[in-house]
Design a protein around this ligand. Sequence first.
Ligand SMILES: [Zn+2]
Ligand SMILES: [Zn+2]
Length: 362
Amino acid sequence: MTPDNARPGPHRVAQPVVHGDQTPTARPSCDWALAELGRPHLPNPDHRLAISPRCDGRSQRSDCLILYAARQPGRRRSVLTFYRCGMSGTAGSALRVTLLGTGSPSPSLTRSHPAALVQWGTGSSVLVDAGDGVVAQLLRANVAIGELEFVALTHLHWDHILGYPAFVWGSWCAGRTRLRVVGPPGTTDMHRRLVEDFYREQAEWAIDLGYRRAGWDATEVVDIDPGWSIELEGCTIEAGRVEHPPMKALGYRFTVDGRSVVISGDTARCADLVELARDADLLVVDACAAPPPGNVNPARRVILDRLHKFHASPQDCIDMAAAAGVARVILTHHLPEATLEFTPDDYTGEVIVGNDLDVIVV
Ligand SMILES: [Zn+2]
Ligand SMILES: [Zn+2]
């Protein structure tokens, strides 16, 4: 199975349609739902989409509701995701993950640098990592970036933070008024050097121009260690160690109403990750160490072979998911030349090859 021919995720969300002079919106509209309804079938036959009543996608009518229902294997209730015009949220579902970037450091038009958005309730969210292109991906995912106030970084490799200063600026431009950031040791120093030291003077100029000072100054950046946890708006977030030498690296577990999602960040096969992901509903995991194809040039092969010391292979991911007893595993962090070969025989859960902008609800 390769990323290109992999089937889409169970909740592949299309982009909203923009007509004529309508300002491109970062929020779902009925036009989007109508476009989806026009499809011959939804990606998964167990899913249902409904809309009531119609509107033009501009009026932001509070009675305009788009409903996406997904029947989960082994569960009696359908998971309902609803979007109101101008506001998105979930009902009956605890957690929602949007894969913002499923690529690697290699530049790609189809796979952005690593980043994911975890959402729950009716507006709570955390951005996990902020690789290059993260702002554009958030907009494509219909996220109101000015309302995104919490960032959790897995580690400080460039492909996970190149978009971080752009996010700080972009979300501030969009109206964000405070920011909390956690990450492994070095995160505070990274923020100081990449954001505060270089851009403070420009930020003061922007504040003079009319930007709200709180959006820049009300920023709290904290270095955290494995074992850290926090209660955030009904969600328990825990950090656990993962194996990504020589970096200090963390995975994160999000738990809401008994449902859990784990995002590994970059990691080699690792018992600590298995423990962090124990019995989770969903594991999003680094599968970067896919075996190189036979025709790769020798210099590139040396690099790809070495990757396995600090990244998991697709088979490692399946094995860790099986050992942890997670219901679904999503493979991410794909190299452009990767061939994702794995044998899921010992794993009874669902394996999904993640693609950019896939949305998964648990
Ligand atoms: Zn890394
Ligand atoms: Zn990486």
